[in-house]
Design a protein around this ligand. Structure first.
Ligand SMILES: [Zn+2]
Length: 253
């Protein structure tokens, strides 16, 4: 609580610098689809995200303004239609240059435990920093990575964790909404497990990964998701309060 109060009282008024926009138009495929009130809110959220977080470099990485802006804009995309302006428990971002190398014991297939170095595009843990690979951030922003997006993925996990559970269900506001969410997501998750889905196979890992991968597809391949998983698309559209498929259709690019 003290931390929150301190942040509140010392928080500078973040300003979106117009000089950031050419880089976003060039490197972030979604930016050119935004207009009007959505564009203005994205600018506010992007500037706030940069100001609210500590930025740390690992592995010979350098934190430049371009790095901050490209990460912040993609993290802001998930908040665009939500009633919150920030990821409350996220206070620091750690950037690695290529893959994120983490050493430790982890759960493997069929209940086994494995020890060793993991190479990841990113990592989000409850209340900890969000760790990202800059190479993966750039790939996801340009949509040249086949629809994967590490920023959407890790920040979807952080939205999922807001209610204290990493269970693939972000805070939905009512029991009725939670029941409908389960009704739609359960069969969609079963289709991924059966190998019968447009979502990439990693979504079958568990229901939390299902939500993170579905979020990537919702923003990066919305037309495909809307065509093949209409109920899931509509459920995510309701939750995120935005319609990326419509935005892409009506965009000139
Ligand atoms: Zn994940």
């Amino acid at each position: 609580m003290l931390g929150l109060l301190r942040r509140w009282f010392t928080r500078p008024t973040p300003e979106f610098d117009p000089a950031w926009e050419p880089m976003l138009l060039e490197k972030y495929a979604h930016w050119s689809t935004l207009e009007g009130g959505e564009l203005e809110r994205m600018k506010m959220l992007t500037a706030r995200f940069i100001a609210d977080n500590d930025w740390e470099a690992a592995q010979g990485m350098e934190i430049t303004t371009d790095v901050q802006v490209l990460v912040a804009a993609q993290a802001a995309m998930l908040l665009l239609g939500l009633e919150i302006d920030e990821y409350f428990d996220v206070t620091s971002i750690i950037m690695h240059k290529s893959t994120v190398r983490l050493r430790g014991v982890r759960r493997g297939a069929a209940g086994t435990m494995r020890d060793g170095v993991q190479h990841l595009a990113g990592q989000a843990t409850p209340k900890g920093p969000v760790v990202l690979s800059w190479a993966a951030v750039k790939r996801g922003a340009s949509r040249s990575g086949g629809g994967d997006n590490v920023v959407y993925h890790e920040f979807a996990h952080r939205l999922d964790m807001l209610d204290g559970f990493t269970d693939g269900t972000p805070p939905l506001g009512s029991e009725e909404a939670a029941a409908r969410w389960a009704q739609v997501c359960t069969p969609a998750y079963e289709r991924v497990q059966a190998g019968d889905s447009v979502l990439r196979g990693y979504a079958a890992t568990n229901i939390a990964e299902f939500f993170a991968v579905a979020t990537e597809a919702f923003f990066n391949r919305p037309e495909v998701l809307a065509e093949h998983e209409r109920d899931l698309y509509d459920e995510l559209r309701r939750f995120f309060g935005q319609d990326p498929a419509r935005r892409i259709q009506s965009s000139p690019t």
